[in-house]
Structure formats: structure tokens, C-alpha cells
Ligand binder design. Structure first.
Ligand code: G6Q
Length: 544
């Protein structure tokens, strides 16, 4: 059944008209009109608190956005995802990262088969292995304990594990070193391994397909690096390499034992895979119990998303507000600003989750869209960003909605630090919303010539997500919150949030040029004149 074009839906048209009224109002006025706005425009879900009152919206905006959700059948689409329908239509796959954190007794069928028992079997296999590494039962080829764990993977097989390791470092086993190698740039491998002792190093080769150029190149370099230390003794590989993949055949071709292969399934998208065996490095770092708490946190958010009324549903609100800011206020980006240093890789992780999912130009039925889709996500932890790019957010000409993320309790209390940190996050959101008028600036005694420079227009939207403490469960909730917000946006925009043809293209293109760079004889180049020139120049610089 063909869906009605988004821009022809009654709610979309109403929102377009409604925007004109909203655009005339300043956040100062919204707050003046409703003294309780700051309490009213908030929601709680799975223990996370969302304050969305500093968005340029009123009750009518929210009503129309919820109507838009109904007209695009968001409720039905949520049910379809959780049920295991093949909603990734261009790849004909189910989308079931929610099954990765489903309780043991849940029943979720793909092609008639309940996948939950397999999920738990892999989790048990991971826990058993992680415990063996952590207790020293699993040893290297020469009998030494494993002190270094190196995850080799890229994209979805890297960003989640790196982010989770950094985020949960506080809970990690500090006697071990964790490294992550992703880039095909040899510098990544060399720097990550230069101070490691191969006899104490375990490589986890994480690749859903086990064919990705970067990961396979790094995996082969790792094998060479390891075997050099063992004078070519191939048997050593079995004690120093394990794999995480859906492609068991390719894994055994590489020489990794089936028993040391941790599987997952085609219904787990790369960027949605950190709760699968792709999280093995996380589990070794923080232990199986904390890993299960991470899953439980994500599951709690799944349940909230699945069951809470839209008016109080965090992922729905966040998703709809992103649609509002993107399509009606024409914001092009979203800044994600965690005021929690352990979340320093969270923006990078979110970049993939959001932009690979919703960077699409056609609808699910292949029609070009005539509205903006996924905004650009970016960010840095606070307060660092305040001393650099916040200038543009406060006084630039663009509208940049911000998501501030903060926790009431620090993991590492230190003097007054935490109150100072939180004072900053609240102050930034306040300043963005309310700004500073020319009268206020003059009253502060600024010389007339400086007044325009010191004026802050305000009216700049932000959300604040406040949670108790960055625990494994809280991280699970936060990740699931954004996963589902991305889903909501994708449903409204009627795009496939779960394919990534742009990434597939990149995987093929470079393969064509590799032989042209490596060949001893001058290759016949058939690219455009610029690419041809660059290839010739490079060959010349290399002395070829
Ligand atoms: C994620 C993407 C992409 C993928 C990497 C690695 O959704 O598809 O980032 O995760 O290209 O792929 P492999 O895990 O197959 O090596």
C-alpha cells in the first residue's frame, strides 16, 4: 500500500500554519505565559528525566506533533519493530536490537523461530569467556595472563564498544588495558599495539560480515604482529584471537576456532549492535553482571517506548521535537553536549546512529523526499565546548538545537567540581533560551559601541536530560532513548532507517583503486581527470 506523501497529511499542513504563530514568539514569552512551563514540559521514562520546556513549542505544537505521529501510524510501526516484522524493507530484514536485551522468558519470532533462547545462549557464552579472561583461567599461548584486550572492528563494530568502554571505564577492571583499532591507516594499529606484549594480548575481531576491508587488513596485521613474537607458531592464534561475527565460515577461514566465535544475527544492524556479542570487549572490561545491567537499562527504555502514552514517552517526544526543529524551524544540526566526561565518545557514537540511520533521500517506496530528513549530529563534552564552538550556538546566525545530558551524582566526586559542572549546564541552557537584551546589557554599564556585540538574542532551543548517575543501566537507557528517537524520526519521514547503501558504496569504491596504486607497471586509468591526476601524482611521490 502506497503511503500518503508526508507533506499532504493534515497534521503536516497544520504544523506548517502553526509555525507562523510560533515564530513570532520568544521563549521568554512562552515562559511568561505559563508560570509552570518548566515543570509541565517535562517527562520521566525509565528513570531518565527530560526537560523539553526550552523548545519553541506550546501545547498546540505538541498536540499537532502527536497527531502527525498518529497519521503516520507510529504506534503500529513501533509494534511492528518489536514483533520482528521485516521493517528494513530494502534489505528484507527484521530490526530487533530490542531482542538483544529481552528477558529470558520473552518470545520474539523471526520467520517463525523464537530468537530469545539464542540471544541468551550467546550471552552465556560471552559471560563464560569474559569470566575466564577476567579470572586468568584463559591464558595466552605461553601460559601468561591476558592483560591487554584489543577490539578490531569499524563503524558499528567499533563505535559502540569504544563509547561503552569510555563511558563505563569507572566500572572496568583497571588491571587490564583495552584498545580499539578501526582505521585502515596503519598508524592506528601501530600506536595501539606499540607498548603491548603479544604474549599477554587478546584480539577480538569484530565484524558482522567478516569481509570489511579495514577490519580484515587490521586482523591480518595483528596475526603477523603476534606470530612474529611466537616465531611463526600458528597454534598461538587460537589463544590470542576470538571473533564476533554472523559469518562463521569466514571466521574459520581466518583460523579462529568455532568455539571462540561469538555469533549474532542479520536482524541486528551494525550501529544497533553494541548489546550483541559486539559488546564482548565491554563485557570483559566491566564484567558480565554490569553488562547485564546495561541490557536491563536498555530493556527498561524499550518497555517505556513500547507502552508509554506519546505525551509522556521520552523517545517519542525527543523524536517529534527533532522533526519540529528540522522541518518547521529549519535547524540543520543537533548538538549533543554531555556534561559527563566519561561520555566523551557519546557524540561520535550518536553521529553514526543518527546520520547513518536517517541520512536518506528517498521514502520507503523509493520516492524522492521533498522535506529535510536526518539532521547533522555533533558535539563534545561540556564544559570544554563552552570555550570554543558555543560562541556560534549563542550568537551565530544558525539555529542549533542542543541536547544537554547531565547526571546528579558524579562517579568520581572531587571537591566542588560537580556543582560547578552542573551550574554550567543549567546556565548554558538558560542563556540559550532567554539571552540578554540590549537594555540588560546597557544596565550592566557596557559602552554604547559594545552593546550590539554583547546582546544575546536567546530563543535558542534545547533539551536537558538529567539522570541520577552514569551507571551501566543508565547508559543502556540513554542509548535506547536515542535509538528509538531515531526510529520515531524515520517513521515520520517514511524512510528506511536501517539500511546504509551509502556505506556499502564506500566499501566497493576503494577496492577498484587499490590495484592502480599497487601495480608496478603504469596502470591505464579510467577515472575522471582529477582522480587520474591524483593517482598519478601519488604514484610519482612514492617513486613509481
Ligand atoms: C552500521 C554499518 C557499518 C558497519 C561497518 C562494519 O550500521 O553497516 O558501520 O557496522 O561497516 O561492518 P562489519 O561489522 O561487517 O565489519
Amino acid at each position: 500500500m502506497k503511503t500518503k506523501p508526508l507533506t499532504t497529511l493534515p497534521a503536516w499542513k497544520a504544523l506548517t500554519r502553526h509555525r507562523q504563530a510560533i515564530e513570532k514568539l520568544h521563549l521568554r514569552e512562552f515562559f511568561a505565559q505559563d508560570k509552570r512551563r518548566g515543570e509541565r514540559f517535562t517527562a520521566e521514562g525509565a528513570g531518565l528525566h527530560l526537560d523539553y520546556s526550552k523548545n519553541r513549542i506550546n501545547a498546540e505544537t505538541l498536540r499537532l506533533l502527536r497527531q502527525l505521529a498518529r497519521e503516520t501510524d507510529l504506534r503500529g510501526k513501533i509494534a511492528a519493530m518489536f514483533r520482528g516484522d521485516k521493517i528494513n524493507s530494502t534489505e528484507n530484514r527484521a530490526v530487533l536490537h530490542t531482542a538483544l536485551r529481552a528477558p529470558r522468558n520473552a518470545v520474539i519470532r523471526v520467520d517463525g523461530k523464537n530468537v530469545v533462547p539464542e540471544v541468551h545462549a550467546v550471552l552465556n557464552q560471552m559471560a563464560d569467556f569474559a569470566n575466564r579472561v577476567r579470572t586468568g583461567k584463559w591464558r595466552g599461548h605461553t601460559g601468561r595472563r591476558i592483560r591487554n584486550v584489543v577490539n578490531i572492528g569499524i563503524g558499528g563494530s567499533d563505535l559502540g564498544p569504544v563509547m561503552a568502554y569510555e563511558a563505563l571505564r569507572h566500572y572496568s577492571d583497571r588491571s587490564r588495558t583495552f584498545r580499539f583499532i578501526s582505521n585502515v591507516d596503519g598508524g592506528d594499529f601501530v600506536e595501539a599495539t606499540r607498548d603491548l606484549d603479544p604474549t599477554e594480548t587478546l584480539f577480538i575481531i569484530s565484524s558482522k560480515t567478516f569481509t570489511t576491508l579495514e577490519t580484515m587488513t587490521n586482523a591480518h596485521s595483528a596475526r603477523t604482529w603476534l606470530l612474529r613474537a611466537f616465531r611463526g607458531e600458528a597454534k598461538a592464534v587460537a589463544r590470542h584471537f576470538v571473533a564476533v561475527s554472523t559469518n562463521a565460515e569466514k571466521v574459520s577461514e581466518f583460523g579462529i576456532n568455532r568455539a571462540n566465535t561469538f555469533g549474532f544475527w542479520d536482524w541486528v544492524g551494525g550501529r544497533y549492535s553494541m548489546n550483541s556479542a559486539i559488546g564482548l570487549s565491554t563485557m570483559i572490561a566491566i564484567g558480565p553482571q554490569h553488562f547485564r545491567a546495561l541490557l536491563a537499562g536498555a530493556h527498561a527504555m524499550d518497555e517505556h517506548f513500547r507502552t508509554a502514552p506519546f505525551a509522556r514517552n521520552l523517545p517519542v517526544l525527543l523524536g517529534l521535537l527533532t522533526v519540529w526543529n528540522t522541518n518547521f524551524l529549519h535547524a540543520e544540526t543537533v548538538a549533543v553536549l554531555p556534561y559527563e566526561n566519561y561520555l566523551k565518545r557519546f557524540p561520535a557514537y550518536l553521529q553514526q546512529l543518527t546520520m547513518e540511520s536517517n541520512g536518506k533521500h528517498v521514502t520507503r517506496d523509493g520516492q524522492a523526499v521533498n522535506y529535510a530528513t536526518g539532521p547533522i549530529f555533533w558535539g563534545e563534552p561540556g564544559t570544554n565546548g563552552q570555550h570554543s564552538f558555543y560562541q556560534l550556538i549563542h550568537q551565530g546566525t544558525r539555529l542549533i538545537p542542543c541536547d544537554f545530558i547531565a547526571f546528579a551524582r558524579p562517579l568520581t566526586p572531587l571537591g566542588r567540581h560537580h556543582d560547578l559542572l552542573l551550574a554550567n549546564v543549567f546556565a548554558q541552557a538558560e542563556a540559550l533560551a532567554f539571552g540578554k537584551t540590549a537594555v540588560e546589557v546597557k544596565d550592566e554599564g557596557a559602552p554604547a559601541a559594545l552593546v550590539p556585540h554583547k546582546v544575546f538574542s536567546g530563543n535558542r532551543p534545547s533539551n536537558t536530560i538529567l539522570a541520577d548517575k552514569l551507571t551501566p543501566a543508565a547508559l543502556g537507557k540513554l542509548v535506547a532513548l536515542y535509538e528509538h528517537s531515531v526510529f520515531v524520526q524515520g517513521v515520520i519521514w517514511n524512510i528506511d532507517s536501517f539500511d546504509q547503501w551509502g556505506v556499502e558504496l564506500g566499501k566497493i569504491l576503494a577496492q577498484r583503486i587499490v590495484p592502480e596504486l599497487e601495480s608496478r607497471t603504469t596502470p591505464k586509468l579510467k577515472h575522471d581527470s582529477s582522480t587520474n591526476h591524483l593517482i598519478r601524482r601519488y604514484r610519482k611521490m612514492k617513486g613509481k
